[in-house]
Design a protein around this ligand. Structure first.
Ligand code: ADP
Length: 418
C-alpha cells in the first residue's frame, strides 16, 4: 500500500519565512529603542526562528491526521481459509489443485469416500474415467461440470459429483488454482423413485389380473356359454369373487394413501385396548369358524390404555388376527395376549399362531407393499399383500413397533409394542 506523506507546500514555506523576518525586525527595533543588550535580542530572535521552523504548522492551522501506518499482518493461507469453511459443511467437499491432486477433504467427504491423503491424486480413489475427464475439462476451461456416479461399497449409493473452480479474491487467487469437487447423495431420492414406480407397477398388475379374468368371462358368457345356465351360474360366481378382490385391493390402496397423508400427525385420543380386542374377535368369529380356528383371548382385568386412533388400531388388530387365522390355520389355535406389567412399562399386544411359520429370509420384508411369502397362497386366502404394510404405517404414526418372531413348523408371533 502506498504511504502518503504530507509535505509542506511552497506557499506555506514563504508565509512562514515572511513572518519570521517581520518578527525579527520588530524585536530589533524594540531592542534598540529600549537600549537592551543586543545579545538578548539575538537569542530571542533565534528562539523565535527555531520555534517557527520546528512547529509542525502555523498557529490556528488544523493538524492533518497522521497517516495510518501499514500493519504487518502474517501472510494469509487461502487453502487454510477454504478448508475451515468447507469443514463446517455436511456436504462432501474435496479441494483439488490444478493437477487433480487432493489438497483437502472435509469430514463429510471422508465419510463418503474414506480418507484421501493430501497430495494423492483423485484417481487413487475415484477411478471412473468420466469423473477424471470432467475434472480435466473444468481445469482446462474454468467451467463447472457435473456427473452422476454410483458407489457399490460399502453400500449402493448414487452421487451427483460436481466440480467447479474456486474464485478467490485479490492476492489469494495467486496461490491457486483451486477446484471444489462436491458430492450430493441422491441414493434416497432414487430409492423413493424406484419404490414409487414399483408400487404403481405392482398395483396395476394386481388390478389387471382380476380385470382380465372378468373380461374373459364376460366374452365367454356373450359367446360360447350364451344360453348355458349352468356355466352362467358358475362364471358369475367367479366374476363376483374377482370384483370383490378388486374392490378389496382398491380399499387397501386408499387406506394406505390416507395413512400416508396423515403420517406426521400423531394421534391424541386415549383408547382402551381391552374392548377393542374383544370387538375384533367378535367380528372375526365367522372367518375363524369357517377356517376351524379358535381365537383365545388373554386380557388383563384392568384397562390398558394407549394414545391412538381407535379405528386404525382396530385395523391393526384385525389384520394380525386375520393373518394368524388364515396362514396359521393348521395350528387350529390363535392366542391374543394383551399385557402391561405396570403403567410405566410399554403395552404389548401379541398375536400368536401355531402355523407353519415364516422362513427367516422373508421376515424383514413382510411389511413391504405387495410382499408375500407365497403369492398363490395369499391369493387363495383373499390376500392383497398390503395388510402388513398398512399395519406398519399405522404403527409408525402411533410411535409403536412391530416385532415378528417365527419358527418354522412351530408358528409365528406378531407383537406390537406401544
Ligand atoms: P396378505 O394380504 O397377502 O395377507 P399381508 O401384508 O397381510 O398380505 O401379509 C404378507 C405376507 O406375510 C402374507 O402373504 C403371508 O405370506 C405372510 N404372513 C403374514 N402373516 C402370517 C402368519 N401369521 N403366518 C405365516 N405367514 C404370514
Amino acid at each position: 500500500m502506498a504511504i502518503e506523506e504530507r509535505r509542506e507546500t511552497g506557499r506555506e514555506k514563504l508565509r512562514r519565512g515572511w513572518l519570521s523576518v517581520a518578527a525579527a525586525t520588530l524585536l530589533a527595533v524594540l531592542a534598540l529603542g529600549a537600549e537592551i543588550n543586543p545579545l538578548f535580542v539575538a537569542a530571542g530572535w533565534l528562539l523565535m526562528f527555531l520555534s517557527l521552523l520546528l512547529s509542525p504548522s502555523l498557529p490556528g492551522e488544523e493538524l492533518p491526521s497522521p497517516p495510518a501506518l501499514p500493519v504487518a499482518l502474517p501472510p494469509r493461507d487461502p487453502l487454510g481459509d477454504l478448508a475451515a469453511a468447507y469443514a463446517a459443511l455436511d456436504l462432501p467437499v474435496i479441494v483439488l489443485g490444478g493437477d487433480g491432486h487432493v489438497l483437502f477433504q472435509n469430514a463429510a467427504a471422508e465419510k463418503a469416500f474414506d480418507v484421501m491423503q493430501p497430495g494423492t491424486h483423485l484417481s487413487a480413489r475415484l477411478r471412473s474415467p468420466g469423473i477424471l475427464d470432467m475434472v480435466r475439462e473444468t481445469v482446462a476451461t474454468g467451467q463447472s461440470n457435473q456427473i452422476e456416479h454410483s458407489e457399490r461399497h460399502p453400500s449402493e449409493r448414487v452421487f451427483i459429483l460436481r466440480v467447479a473452480p474456486v474464485d478467490l479474491p485479490g492476492e489469494a487467487a495467486r496461490s491457486g488454482p483451486y477446484f471444489a469437487l462436491t458430492a450430493k447423495d441422491i441414493s434416497e431420492l432414487r430409492r423413493i423413485d424406484r419404490m414409487r414406480s414399483d408400487f404403481v407397477a405392482n398395483a396395476s398388475h394386481e388390478l389387471r389380473t382380476p380385470l382380465a379374468s372378468l373380461r374373459g368371462f364376460i366374452e365367454t358368457l356373450q359367446g360360447p356359454a350364451k344360453g348355458d345356465m349352468g356355466a352362467q351360474e358358475r362364471f358369475l360366481g367367479i366374476m363376483l369373487d374377482q370384483a370383490t378382490r378388486m374392490s378389496r385391493l382398491v380399499d387397501d390402496l386408499l387406506s394406505l394413501s390416507r395413512l400416508e397423508l396423515k403420517a406426521h400427525i400423531a394421534p391424541s385420543q386415549r383408547v382402551d385396548l381391552v374392548p377393542l380386542v374383544g370387538h375384533v374377535r367378535d367380528s372375526l368369529l365367522p372367518l375363524a369358524h369357517d377356517l376351524g380356528v379358535e381365537i383365545r383371548m388373554h386380557l388383563p382385568d384392568t384397562k390398558v390404555e394407549v394414545t391412538g386412533d381407535r379405528d386404525e388400531l382396530v385395523q391393526v388388530i384385525e389384520n394380525l388376527v386375520e393373518n394368524a387365522c388364515k396362514y396359521g390355520q393348521d395350528g387350529k389355535i390363535v392366542d391374543v395376549f394383551l399385557r402391561q406389567d405396570d403403567p410405566a412399562q410399554p403395552v404389548e399386544l401379541s398375536v400368536v399362531d401355531r402355523g407353519p411359520g415364516i422362513p427367516a429370509e422373508h421376515v424383514p420384508r413382510l411389511t413391504e407393499r405387495f410382499y408375500r411369502v407365497s403369492v398363490a397362497d395369499s391369493r387363495s386366502k383373499k390376500g392383497t399383500g398390503l395388510g402388513l404394510a398398512i399395519v406398519k404405517h399405522i404403527l409408525t404414526r402411533h410411535r409403536a413397533r412391530l416385532i415378528v418372531k417365527s419358527e418354522l413348523g412351530k408358528g409365528t408371533d406378531f407383537t406390537v409394542r406401544f
